[in-house]
Design a protein around this ligand. Structure first.
Ligand SMILES: [Zn+2]
Length: 167
């Protein structure tokens, strides 16, 4: 069975870094690790409710756990956040920013550790999830490109002026 969830980032560019579901030297890794490239805001991946938030120095760091309304047995865990924007019992939807990716707890660099549980069974985000693309992803990308190209055009024009002046 495949679960339908929204991507945890709104930007197009986020990557899966090293951590996948499976055995590692230091124990079993129950989630997948992601890193946002430009915007590190983390959004809810489903309609649901916040059931736990907290801080765990030696593990999860700042964490948020949500329960899905679409799949009542599903619990989703977001670890290592630098900021938490939601509180327990709050209802959320895929447009709710739940926090910001970070490196709190046992973490070696900024990333989001995402774990999905169906009761006591782990759900592999890379195999058992159909990730829904967000409609505004390309818009954000275009805005970034617009700023980038405007800056490049301005620099190019200034360079041209300097070039003319030297001549
Ligand atoms: Zn991890």
């Amino acid at each position: 069975m495949k679960y339908n969830f929204y991507r945890p980032y709104k930007v197009k560019f986020y990557i899966t870094i090293g951590g996948k579901v499976g055995q590692r030297k230091d124990g079993y890794h129950y989630g997948v690790d992601y890193a946002g490239i430009k915007d590190k805001t983390i959004y809810s991946i489903t309609n649901g409710k916040v059931i736990r938030t907290g801080y765990q120095a030696k593990g999860a760091g700042n964490f948020v756990v949500i329960n899905s309304f679409d799949y009542p047995n599903i619990e989703i865990k977001f670890f290592h956040l630098s900021k938490i924007y939601v509180s327990v019992t709050q209802h959320i939807d895929p447009n709710t920013a739940i926090g910001v990716e970070g490196s709190t707890g046992r973490s070696s660099g900024s990333h989001l550790h995402l774990e999905i549980w169906d009761k006591y069974k782990i759900v592999n985000p890379e195999k058992n999830v159909n990730w829904i693309k967000r409609p505004y992803i390309s818009k954000i990308k275009d805005e970034n490109n617009f700023i980038k190209y405007s800056a490049m055009a301005t620099l190019g024009f200034l360079g041209y002026l300097l070039f003319i002046k030297k001549k």
